[in-house]
Design a protein around this ligand. Structure first.
Ligand SMILES: [Zn+2]
Length: 285
């Protein structure tokens, strides 16, 4: 099984995780910039973190045979903090770097006016830099947050096929399915979604524009949840081609829209799809 985890925070994970992920079939991943739990007190904190996402962490992942890409943004949780806001002026510099394949995680946490402003501003940055956008949906009041996120996406003018609305569940998937945006699901040990519920959603909504991630971070989470979902799909009657579409082709197509997704020829699994070091450009239609 060949896996691309489209949302995982490796800076919070150990080398044991990298080893287990590689053994499970993970060959590429995207690490979105996010909230560190401990509030940042200056823009310098972001600079060091962003430099790590394009420097040290890809190097670390490479030692375990995994390609590392990232997304950059001011996250919703810190959007209202005046100590963090000036990072918006630094973002354009980072959005031009190799390995940065989207703007994200953007979106809502508590749906404040400050969050509105920062969300819209960063979608505009995605348009300016010709990048896709990763939109996180809030933990509380999810349906309202998802609806409002879709409104902001529509108003921004970014093409919906360049946007993934993440952390969806049974309640919110239907809101996004008709929007043209991609649908992201975070498979967690005991919150958000689990792998069997994910299989049921795939059965109902199909495998197109679907992204499955572990969203593993510094909290209780499991970087092998992508693999577990692939196994649950097979047990549930999906074919290996279906699994390959959801766990590999879909994230490659979505983030390939950045024009910066450089993937090696797949060394382990048969059926390598990509010529060595070719830059993939996903269709925009
Ligand atoms: Zn995340």
């Amino acid at each position: 099984m060949r896996i691309f985890d489209p949302h995982i925070h490796m800076s919070s994970r150990t080398t044991d995780d990298y080893e287990r992920m590689h053994a499970a079939g993970v060959r590429a991943l995207v690490e979105p910039a996010f909230w560190l739990g401990q509030p940042r007190t200056s823009v310098g904190s972001f600079v060091d973190y962003f430099d790590g996402l394009v420097g040290w962490e890809p190097f670390r992942a490479g030692q375990f045979g995994i390609r590392h890409f990232c997304t950059m943004a001011l996250n919703p949780k810190e959007a209202g903090d005046p100590r963090c806001r000036p990072v918006l002026e630094l973002l354009p510099r980072y959005l031009e770097k190799d390995g940065v394949v989207a703007v994200g995680e953007v979106g809502y946490d508590s749906m404040t006016p400050e969050e509105d402003e920062v969300f819209a501003h960063q979608l505009a940055l995605a348009v300016d830099h010709d990048l896709p956008a990763l939109v996180h949906t809030p933990h509380r009041d999810k349906a309202a947050g998802t609806r409002r996120s879709l409104d902001v996406v529509r108003e921004s003018g970014i093409p919906p096929e360049r946007v993934v609305i993440d952390h969806l569940n049974e309640v919110t998937v239907g809101l996004v399915a008709g929007s043209g945006c991609w649908m992201g699901f975070s498979i967690y040990p005991d919150t958000k979604m689990d792998e069997d519920r994910m299989v049921a959603i795939l059965r109902e909504h199909g495998t197109e524009r679907m992204l499955v991630n572990s969203a593993a971070d510094w909290g209780r989470s499991d970087p092998l949840k992508t693999r577990r979902t692939g196994e649950a799909m097979l047990a549930g009657g999906f074919t290996e081609a279906d699994v390959d579409q959801v766990l590999w082709h879909n994230p490659v197509a979505f983030y390939g829209q950045s024009g910066r997704l450089v993937l090696d020829e797949e060394p382990v699994d048969s059926g390598a799809l990509f010529a060595g070091n070719s830059v993939l450009r996903g269709g925009r239609s």
